[in-house]
Write a protein that binds this ligand. Structure first.
Ligand code: PLP
Length: 453
């Protein structure tokens, strides 16, 4: 590749997603990523970088899977595309729906397909409100979500999400979305007894329901572990208590499984780790390991029964809902996860290994806490050990400074405020986990004099 020319074209014609376009311009264009294999990406300048983010929390089976390319190729030759608008479906679409239903298990029996996680949450938004109208409770329109949640970049996704800096852009949220505290022990719950903090977080949900009026609340939505919010792992007992509050007031429980689904927490879905039974779940990313865009909403049998009993079109769907080529790739991806037993491996082997490796960083003078569940983790950077005081008075935050050093040292990670988060492919080896944690440690040490200067 002529990297200089690609960078020039990038700058001249491309607006990359979620970017500070002034910074991209100063850098002379985006980093051009040209190849990837296993857990590594390679850029046009020849740097080989350990992908500690699995792309964007999605390449669960790792890069370079010829089987997935073959599945797409074969499906494209046979039937590249057809829609599901005309009382029609295609073989891979139907088989994938059945496969996902098998993995969801129990009362989650059906799926509705879309292309992205954001669209999945838009589908949740409309389906939930439609459901309550069918049920004769049209006032149940309000969604309760958590601050710092990420549910996507569409208008409904940003509104359901709890990122204040995203709300500002586009004058969101739209009416009918309320936010409550995120269950963040190292943040809102710092120094508090975990059980007391859990009860306080759950009480905030109940208080919000009572404030809005239970008869007006449609659903509570949350990621089992908040990803883009900073890998927020809730305190023990949080999710069952949230579920109990939803049941008490007859409110639907929605889990956004876009990151947690397909093995990230050591189960097929994150809600299974927490032993709860959501009424709807959104999934994307790991469904196809990011090889092609596809997402789905898992729907409980009682909602399907309502749709079937009352009838009438649910006038919602996308050109690419149930896209056969994406579905064929997703089916093959699930087959790989099964064959290589990546879920058990994450739960029993690599997940605990990552936790132990991250714990080694606890002695580092900049580290306030490390935490992980399955193969998603975070390292909190603090100014003073034993506190959660940050470096916020610095120009730029500590997180982005450490992240940039990590990338220079050959590790792609993300900074979320003053934490470094990681989410490697589920195929990651012990040696690669050691490399990942080793680079974070080295980068923290290199960053310390800069941060303390
Ligand atoms: N929900 C969660 C929990 C996510 O992490 C994301 C993306 O990061 C989304 C929804 C949005 O998915 P997409 O970017 O595919 O629209």
């Amino acid at each position: 590749h002529d990297v200089a020319e690609l960078k020039r074209l990038d700058l001249a014609h491309h607006l990359p997603a979620q970017a500070d376009h002034k910074v991209i311009a100063e850098l002379g264009g985006s980093r051009i990523v040209t190849r990837a294999d296993g857990c590594y990406i390679t850029d046009g300048d020849g740097h080989r970088i350990l992908d500690g983010m699995a792309g964007l929390w999605c390449v669960n089976v790792g890069y370079g899977r010829k089987e997935l390319a073959d599945a797409a190729y074969e499906q494209m030759l046979e039937l590249p595309y057809y829609n599901t608008f005309f009382k029609t479906a295609t073989p891979p679409t139907v088989k994938l729906a059945a496969k996902i239903a098998e993995k969801m298990g129990g009362h989650l029996t059906h799926v509705f397909f879309n292309s992205s996680g954001s669209e999945a949450n838009d589908t949740v938004f409309r389906l939930v409100r439609h459901y309550w109208k069918l049920k004769g409770q049209p006032n149940r329109t309000v969604f309760i979500s958590r601050w710092n949640a990420y549910h996507g970049s569409t208008v409904a996704g940003v509104s359901l999400g709890g990122m204040k800096h995203m709300h500002v852009q586009g004058d969101l949220p739209i009416p009918g979305v309320e936010h409550v505290m995120q269950p963040y022990p190292f943040g809102e719950g710092f120094g508090e007894d975990p059980a007391a903090f859990r009860d306080r977080a759950v009480k905030e949900i109940e208080d919000k329901i009572l404030e809005v009026g239970p008869e007006n609340v449609a659903a509570f939505i949350g990621e089992p572990v908040q990803g883009a919010g900073g890998v927020i792992i809730p305190p023990d007992g949080y999710w069952p208590a949230v579920e109990a509050v939803c049941r008490k007031y007859g409110i639907l429980l929605v889990c956004d499984e876009v990151i947690c689904g397909f093995g990230r927490l050591g189960q097929w879905f994150g809600h299974q780790h927490y032993g709860i039974k959501p009424d709807l779940i959104a999934m994307a990313k790991g469904l196809s390991s990011g090889y092609l865009p596809i997402s789905a909403v898992g729907v409980a049998d009682h909602i399907v029964a309502e749709l079937r009993e009352k009838g009438g079109d649910f006038i919602h769907g996308f050109t690419y809902s149930g896209h056969p080529t994406c579905a064929a790739v997703a089916l093959k991806n699930i087959e790989i996860i099964e064959r290589e037993d990546l879920i058990t491996r994450t739960r029993e082997d690599t997940g605990p290994y990552l936790a132990k490796a991250l714990a080694r960083l606890n002695d580092h003078p900049l580290v306030g806490e490390t935490r992980s569940l399955g193969l998603i983790g975070a390292v909190e950077i603090v100014r003073e050990k034993g506190t959660n005081h940050r470096f916020l008075d610095k120009e730029g935050e500590a997180g982005p400074i450490v992240r940039d050093i990590c990338i220079r040292n050959g590790l792609m990670v993300r900074a979320i405020r003053d934490s470094i988060v990681c989410c490697p492919p589920l195929i990651v080896s012990h040696a690669e986990i050691d490399e990942l944690v080793g680079i974070i440690e080295k980068s923290l040490t290199e960053a310390e004099p800069i941060l303390r200067a």
